[in-house]
Design a binder for this molecule. Sequence first.
Ligand SMILES: Cc1cc2nc3c(=O)[nH]c(=O)nc-3n(C[C@H](O)[C@H](O)[C@H](O)COP(=O)(O)OP(=O)(O)OC[C@H]3O[C@@H](n4cnc5c(N)ncnc54)[C@H](O)[C@@H]3O)c2cc1C
Length: 286
Amino acid sequence: MRYEAPSTIDRAVALIAGEPGEARVLAGGTDLLVQLRTDLIDPVLLVDIKGIPELREIKEEGGGFRIGAAVTGAELKEHPKLKSAWPGLVESANLIGSTQVQGRATMGGNLCNGSPAADSVPGLIAAGAKASIVGPRGRRDLPVEDVMLAPRRLALEKGEIVASFLLPARPARTSDAYLRFIPRTEMDIAVVGCGVCLTIDAGGTCTAARVSLGAVAPRPLLVADAARALIGTKVDAPALERLDAAARAACQPIDDKRGTKEYRIKVAGVLARRTAQIALERARKA
Ligand SMILES: Cc1cc2nc3c(=O)[nH]c(=O)nc-3n(C[C@H](O)[C@H](O)[C@H](O)COP(=O)(O)OP(=O)(O)OC[C@H]3O[C@@H](n4cnc5c(N)ncnc54)[C@H](O)[C@@H]3O)c2cc1C
């Protein structure tokens, strides 16, 4: 197996696109190295992207933020402005694994590993993030909810790399939250994860919302009906009831050792309510 550590994204793309065998991006390695060790994958080329400056930075852009794909959850937490603008997204990345894992695990790796239970993905989707993708045919942007198609299957072509995520400018009285439910207190993946971002007007009526669910379908979902349950309301009890129902209706979960289908569906409704209430409290203060 060959290992390359280019210093530009164009070189990384050229290396992967030019390799006729299986080539993989190596970011934090917290998924990839486990898959290598267990013989799940057997690439001939690993392209380490951590030495590419563009992929390692968080910068303000257009009133929002651009987060490099090789930025880790721990680095997000250490960025006070980002943390105060998008607390839900930052907490979603900081639920990943342990302190040690968070120091390695990148935002791009969490998305591109293609797990429906990836924690930061509903956070990105709720925030309305767009993935900036670089490939042999140039750059393109894709809403994060359109990047993952199914478990381990992405809308990326050969040689394409996720370079960064663009978070839009956050309107006034807008905030986000992320909650997940796991069977144990530490180090397990989500039974359900939920990200909510909402905006309220001066009178407290919700004027915009995005609701995303993870681990309840073959890919993380943007649930438009759940957002519609909140918009135009004071996020009161009847609205939360409708949100709960819309979240449950969107689920197409699997049964596994972490929970049955019925259990996941019920938890999705409960988590959606709780996450929306946290986002609302934050939006009132934002
Ligand atoms: C002990 C432990 C606990 C964990 N707990 C959690 C958890 O609670 N929640 C959770 O969501 N995950 C968890 N994970 C999984 C993992 O840590 C995350 O998915 C992490 O974000 C992966 O990022 P990485 O940088 O390590 O990716 P890598 O392992 O380097 O890469 C993962 C995959 O994405 C591809 N890739 C990486 N970056 C890019 C890019 N920019 N463009 C295109 N392809 C790319 C790689 O080729 C590879 O296929 C855990 C893992 C471990 C080992």
